[in-house]
Ligand binder design. Structure first.
Ligand SMILES: Cc1cc2nc3c(=O)[nH]c(=O)nc-3n(C[C@H](O)[C@H](O)[C@H](O)COP(=O)(O)O)c2cc1C
Length: 170
């Protein structure tokens, strides 16, 4: 069925509050970071930065790799945060969710991501923690989210992100 985290993002699109519009950005195709080219970034990175800048808030779905944030996500964040002083994440509200086939559902990656948010100066939502363990039991063969508790928490996370964004920007 492909990526559980992509499936979780697709489920989120269907659960957003009425006044929220959620657009998915796929990190596929972002090359490895090279500081020598940060003044002349690849087009895909420029597009990524523009999307972040235009968004009122960010929602990140991530797996956990070796108890941490996957290199692909860290690499994309590193690109977007450069060059120094041109960080589109600065001051943005952000929510995180993770799905994993393991029993901790990517929790450790989420806490490492929160540490990264400190330097990026992002404002993360604390609750609910949308952590989806044993993802293979929560999605159908075509990637549709079946688990009602996950749907409930995900809907609440999105509502809280909308409220938090209004509080920060209102
Ligand atoms: C390199 C690698 C490292 C992994 N490390 C972890 C891990 O530390 N914790 C965990 O719960 N799952 C780990 N997994 C399993 C992932 O949870 C599983 O592959 C999951 O389906 C990845 O998310 P995705 O379906 O969205 O790609 C790892 C998988 C890979 C490929």
């Amino acid at each position: 069925m492909g990526s559980y985290n992509k499936a979780l993002l697709r489920a989120a699109v269907g659960l957003v509050p009425q006044d929220m519009n959620l657009e998915i950005f796929d990190l596929e195709g972002i090359p490895t970071f090279n500081q020598d080219t940060e003044q002349n970034m690849p087009t895909k990175v420029k597009d990524f930065k523009t999307k972040i800048r235009e968004a009122d808030a960010i929602l990140i779905a991530t797996p956990e790799y070796n108890y941490s944030v996957p290199g692909v996500l860290k690499n994309a964040i590193d690109w977007a945060s450069r060059p120094y002083g041109d960080n589109p994440f600065d001051g943005k509200p952000v929510a995180i969710m993770s799905a994993s086939i393991g029993m901790l559902g990517g929790a450790r990656a989420q806490y490492h991501l929160r540490q990264i948010f400190v330097f990026l100066n992002m404002y993360p939502i604390n609750r609910p923690e949308v952590i989806v363990p044993f993802a293979q039991d929560k999605f159908g063969a075509n990637g549709n989210l079946l688990d009602n508790d996950t749907k409930k928490f995900l809907g609440q996370l999105l509502q809280n992100l909308a409220n938090w964004t209004r509080k920060l920007t209102g």
